[in-house]
Design a protein around this ligand. Sequence first.
Ligand code: SAH
Length: 328
Amino acid sequence: MTGGWAARLVHTAAELGIADHLASGPRAVDFLAAQIGAHMPSLARLLRALTAIGVLHETGERLYSLTPLGTTLRSNVPGTMRVWVLLVFSDDQGTAWEALTHAVRTGELAFRHIFGTDIWARLAQRPEAARLFDEAMQSLTQGVNKPLTANYPFEKFGWIVDVGGGNGSLLLPVLERHPAMRATVFDLPHVADAARSRIAAVGLSDRYEAVGGDAFVAVPAGADAYVLKGVIHDWEDKEAIAILRTCRVAMSDGSKLILIERILPEQIDPHDALTRAKFIHDINMMVNPGGRERTEAEFRNLLTQADLRLTCVLSMPGPLAVMEADPI
Ligand code: SAH
């Protein structure tokens, strides 16, 4: 049960920006209290607790530095988890978990029970929350980007559409390395607008377009590949199949559909950390977007119902797998 409290310590460390104040080396509590504007005796206790859970290292003189785990709480480092930590306990995402018991009793969506609407509609109305969400997704994407782009040859496609691609960060490094490729990030209009500015800032607008729309209605037609990363798990089967069908309609005979998702194992090994995380994520999908993580057989079945055939499953280092499908 103290695991939940440990997570709150990490969240407070992220809110206070402790890791950024330790970026240049070991510091004592009085320095940190002055920088942060915190109550020194309370901060001293927090630092010791963060040391006890492996986020900080404490010397004999009570100087604190970052462990490798603690380093992931810094802002603006590749693979930073800071914004993700902020998102998990944010007003929206954290509060929805309070209705988990209600969701399990009734099958109702916890998020809707609390807020009266779904996560996407609420984000569209709240630009600050939307920015936090997109940045958190980007930080997760960066953490898994390298293994994905090192192990999956995205460059074999001339034109890729990243459906529900958020701010477009998955394909940015791929396009930078492969000047002959082009890509489109497709997402809800407010998300596509943010992606467009980001792409323009890195000078790739001529080959990387951001298109706003609704994946339940239509996505740009005729691309060589349609990537859906962390999109299908946001939805229950009916909606997931509807999105896959929209992509299927946009595909030509030679197009590939590429799903990038966590795959739940059939047998649960509770000693495997990735397995544990996958099943906990499944409950977050139940609580927040109202979706689910799935087994390979469940993905295969979804794809078949959208006239797509699963042709190969590539496991990647880390939690995600890449699934390729062809039109039937
Ligand atoms: N692929 C990204 C983001 C995953 S989060 C990544 O892996 O980091 C799911 C994305 O689906 C969000 O960016 C959300 O805005 C988008 N989305 C939700 N409903 C959508 C819809 N109806 N049409 C298009 N995109 C949608």
